[in-house]
Write a protein that binds this ligand. Sequence first.
Ligand SMILES: [Zn+2]
Length: 69
Amino acid sequence: MTAPRTYPGPPVDLPLRLDGEPEPDADCDVCQALGEQRSEARTKGDMSRVSDCNVEIRNHPHKGRGRRS
Ligand SMILES: [Zn+2]
């Protein structure tokens, strides 16, 4: 029987939207992939890649979804 251990949760599971980060569009494969890349980059501490992904998500055009105009 192993001793019960309380381990400190890994600090990788940061909540989304720390700095007004864009949320990937749930219906867009590209945005979803970018969202995954972003969290992977964040896990690695690669914040420049994280912000690259943020820019791409924010700038990704979606046509015909009636979000704006
Ligand atoms: Zn998209």
